[in-house]
Design a protein around this ligand. Sequence first.
Ligand SMILES: [Zn+2]
Length: 378
Amino acid sequence: MQDQLIQTLTDLVRINSVNPDLSNDGQGEREIAEYVQGHFQGLGIPSNVHTVKGDRCNTTAFIIGDDPNRILLMNGHLDTVGIEGMNKPFTIRKDGDKLYGRGTYDMLAGCAIQMGLATYFSKNPCPISLAFTFVADEENLSIGMEHLVSHFLPTLPTKPFLGIFMEPTEEAIGISHKGYTWFELTIKGLAAHGSRPEEGINAIFPLSSGLKELETINAELAKEKAHPYLGNATLHPGMISGGTAQSVIAAEAKLNWERRTLPDESQEKIDQELKRVITAVENAPGNHKVIGKQVYQRPPNEVDDEPLIQKLREVAGGQDYNGMSYWADSALATGAGIPSILFGPAGHGAHAKDEWVSESSLLNCYQAMKSFIIGFNS
Ligand SMILES: [Zn+2]
């Protein structure tokens, strides 16, 4: 199986699956989605490619188990981030236990594990049903996972009892991850000649009051009780913009910030923070107008530490649970009523130039998943 897993990973990496909305090098996930479908069809397992839009595609496959209504959902994203500055990103290079290449770690290795499991359970009895899913666009707006939630999951005979998203977790079980919310605040002023500021309304000066309030809120968040796996919530201004020329009193300025959220935080709390920033900017000197709003949101994810998850943890080597700082598609599955966790191999360099996955860890994760599934026999 080791050879098959590495061959599959090599093939997956060889197909350019750079997210086209993140980089001009991207071509969409159709080619890789069809390759994955071919693997399942070669095993005699029904499989479909779902077009989300254009060449953005998901692949799904289903094995009916001895208990057909007990379904385990497995998931991986087919897209990778860009390849700028990488030498031969689509060719796997082996250096000891390290397999270098774009997407090896995040997360084509996880996809290869699903495909390896399909090979095994196509030839051996499977106590439960397995839903294999591969999605587009996790690295950007998750249009693939949204499509899967609305178009594929409802077609399953019953709702899966658990989702395992094979993102890289260093073989720990990721039972929680943060969410995020984006805000945009626009300050409207009035343009005027730089030599006659009294004829205009400066939209940039009030920005500093907004930034100051954000700093205050961030400091307050750092003092709150930390989440056991995720630490404290944070925020940061990600973009500021405004003005048209140095010699002109700026008629408009914008402040965009991101708030990383924890599972137990309410929308009310987040709304209150937005209000505080709006008020601070409104109260800054000048006759400017302020419009502040939430522009995008992805929920955090957390599942209970129940016997099923403990069983997976045991076969996976018994490491402590972990929380992931990053957002993942698992939150959308949990939101759809399928408690979902992250579990995947060790490595390094997600989104970096020197991305690699550990070959031995890839094998460990495959074995752990296989044992977990076979364990439903008893
Ligand atoms: Zn990922």
